[in-house]
Design a protein around this ligand. Structure first.
Ligand SMILES: O=C[C@H](O)COP(=O)(O)O
Length: 254
């Protein structure tokens, strides 16, 4: 039985004070959610807010994640943040290879793989994002594309490290658009991802891995997504920006 993981990705929203006040509010709301301890609830905050949110969350149920990491240990990489820095600031998880990073910042399957390895080296838990765009979906190459992204992301990752990872399937055409994949379609791709992982690491290990769906997940569609056999959580953008909305989403997921 895989523990559901509901992660909010704030993207480039929220100042430090907004972030701290949000998590304080969220904690109060989650305290009223039945069975909340049965899920991992994660907030992926902007780098500037990580340390303050970490301090605010001391002893809390909400866990902290970052949105990106650089693949180098340290060095002359102006504007970048290392795994050591993220860990030091209190992050437990880190999103890697989000489609916005691939699209706007030139991330490739190779850099995603290097980031996954670097994050794992320093004890961060990667949330590895894969997903097709609308053209690829219309061409019927979703499974092929997602498979190659998954194989590349985990290339050279040991089985022990692999079991510390989460995969997020996010069809690009569903992100921030209000269009969601049907829960059955999303599940079909997530099941395919698990088959690929089983081929790489064996069925038993693949069965341990949590696969999230992301793309216009809201409080009113999460239950149907969570009812699917291979969807173990969600990576949530817009609907995570308000603590009331995100707490409701967690409530409806359980
Ligand atoms: O990381 C989250 C995804 O990009 C989904 O964003 P969204 O929920 O606003 O569609």
């Amino acid at each position: 039985m895989r523990k559901p993981i509901l992660a909010g990705n704030w993207k480039m929203f929220k100042t430090v004070s907004q972030a701290v006040s949000y998590v304080e509010h969220l904690e109060n709301l989650l305290a009223e959610v039945p069975n909340v301890e049965k899920a991992d609830v994660v907030i992926c905050a902007p780098a500037t807010a990580l340390y303050a949110v970490h301090n605010q969350l001391e002893g809390a149920r909400t866990q902290l994640g970052a949105q990106n990491v650089h693949q180098a240990e340290e060095g002359a990489y102006t504007g970048e943040t290392s795994a050591i820095m993220l860990k030091d600031a209190g992050a437990k998880y880190v999103i890697i290879g989000h489609s916005e990073r691939r699209q706007y910042f030139g991330e490739t399957d190779e850099s995603v793989n290097a980031k996954v390895q670097q994050a794992l080296k320093h004890g961060l838990l990667p949330i590895v994002c894969v997903g097709e765009d609308l053209d690829q979906r219309n061409q019927g190459v979703t499974n092929t594309l997602v498979e190659s992204q998954v194989r590349a992301a985990f290339n050279g990752v040991s089985v022990d490290d692999f079991t510390r990872c989460v995969v997020a399937y996010e069809p690009i055409w569903a992100i921030g658009t209000g269009m969601t994949a049907t829960s059955q379609d999303a599940n079909t791709v997530c099941a395919h991802i698990r088959t690929v992982l089983a081929d790489m690491y064996g069925q038993e290990k693949a069965n341990l891995i949590r696969i999230q769906y992301g793309g216009s997940v809201k409080p009113d569609n999460i239950a149907e997504l969570m009812a699917q056999s291979d969807i173990d959580g969600a990576l949530v953008g817009g609907a995570s920006l308000d603590p009331g909305s995100f707490a409701n989403l967690v409530r409806n997921a359980l």
